[in-house]
Write a protein that binds this ligand. Structure first.
Ligand code: TXA
Ligand code: MG
Length: 318
């Protein structure tokens, strides 16, 4: 049985003997291990069934730790860190030799983030090492936004989930690197491109959906329910074309006509995209449990966080 508890001392003790603990963050739950323990880091890849070519994000609690991990903290990166840390921003920087290759998948860069969650920041402060933490889900599955989601995935195979409640933002951090001193977004996420641009000016999006992505984890199929899922423009006509199917709907605006389906979940009643992002994965987990034939999601407006949510829905429906 996996322990679900708020006990930071217990979490620290487990991490210190090279075992894994799932930790809450404001984006999604992460599966954490000591970055300097190869045996602990290997357990992350085994438990997630994640390929080794996919690098991990290092989680820190103070700005000073950046220079323990990176050889250079460029000005624009510092501006972004000051604006968004603690928060849902991952910076890709040139790594120090001491950062193990297992963390970076052999690349000369390292992903670094300071999460915005009191319990996890307290835990990180109590540890003599930073932790690596990918989302706490099996490879390609929906990310967890509650302690229960993590327990459902790994019960018995994981010692502890540090219970920090529901994740406030609900989708992963925005990943930003630098090419020729310009900011490049490699993964859309909880911080919108517009907000990044407001801090550093010019921003390029390289959120590739091909087979050789810039952030190696950005595979085409990801964040996917087990139930066949579709992202469609016209919900009513899709339903009309699929009679006799048990359908679950993921909507953000009410359709003009009440739709006859097994279950409908609204991501927001008010059109608030932040609210929609925070509910996205929970809604997908809930629909996936209902033994439906199909899940049908409605595309959001393609601005701000709508762009990030659409990115997740597109990958979930490959
Ligand atoms: O919000 C988040 O970022 C969550 C929480 C737990 O912090 N973590 C998360 O980790 O989403 P993960 O492993 O599920 O996704 C990390 C992404 C992957 O796509 C990986 O390829 C990319 O970050 N990444 C990590 N290090 C990188 C690096 N050095 N260069 C390029 N991409 C990197
Ligand atoms: Mg993930």
């Amino acid at each position: 049985m996996t322990l679900v508890s708020k006990d930071i001392l217990k979490a620290a003790e487990i991490l210190s003997r090279d075992e894994l603990v799932a930790i809450p963050t404001e984006t999604v739950y992460g599966l954490a291990a000591n970055i300097y323990s190869d045996s602990a880091i290997k357990k992350i890849f085994e438990l997630k069934k994640r390929p080794f070519f996919n690098p991990l994000i290092v989680h820190i609690h103070s700005m000073e730790q950046v220079m323990e991990l990176a050889v250079d903290f460029p000005e624009k990166a510092q501006l972004l860190a000051k604006a968004f840390w603690p928060g849902s921003l991952t910076l890709i920087l040139k790594k120090q030799a001491a950062v193990p290759d297992l963390i970076t998948a052999g690349s000369n860069t390292v992903g670094i983030r300071m999460p915005h969650h009191d319990l996890t920041l307290k835990l990180l402060k109590s540890l003599p090492f930073p932790v690596a933490a990918p989302s706490a889900n099996p490879f390609t599955h929906i990310s967890p936004t509650t302690a229960q989601h993590v327990k459902n995935y790994f019960d018995g195979a994981l010692e502890m989930v540090l219970d920090g409640g529901d994740c406030k933002n609900g989708i992963e951090s925005t990943i930003v690197g630098f090419e020729n001193k310009e900011a490049v977004v490699y993964r859309l996420g909880s911080i919108s491109i517009e907000d990044i641009r407001a801090v550093v000016g010019n921003v390029t999006l390289k959120n590739n959906k091909d087979k050789a992505p810039n952030a190696p984890g950005m595979l085409e199929k990801h964040y996917a329910p087990q139930t066949k899922t579709y992202l469609v423009e016209n919900i009513a006509s899709f339903i009309a074309q699929h009679p006799h199917q048990k359908i679950g709907l993921l909507l953000h605006i009410k359709e003009s006509k009440e739709l006859e389906v097994a279950k409908t979940i609204y991501l927001t009643e008010t059109g608030d995209l932040k609210e929609a992002a925070s509910k996205l994965y929970s809604a997908m987990h809930d629909l996936d449990k209902l033994d439906l034939d199909l899940i049908v999601a409605q595309r959001l407006p393609d601005t701000g966080l709508g762009k990030s949510i659409n990115d997740r829905l597109e990958r979930a429906t490959k």
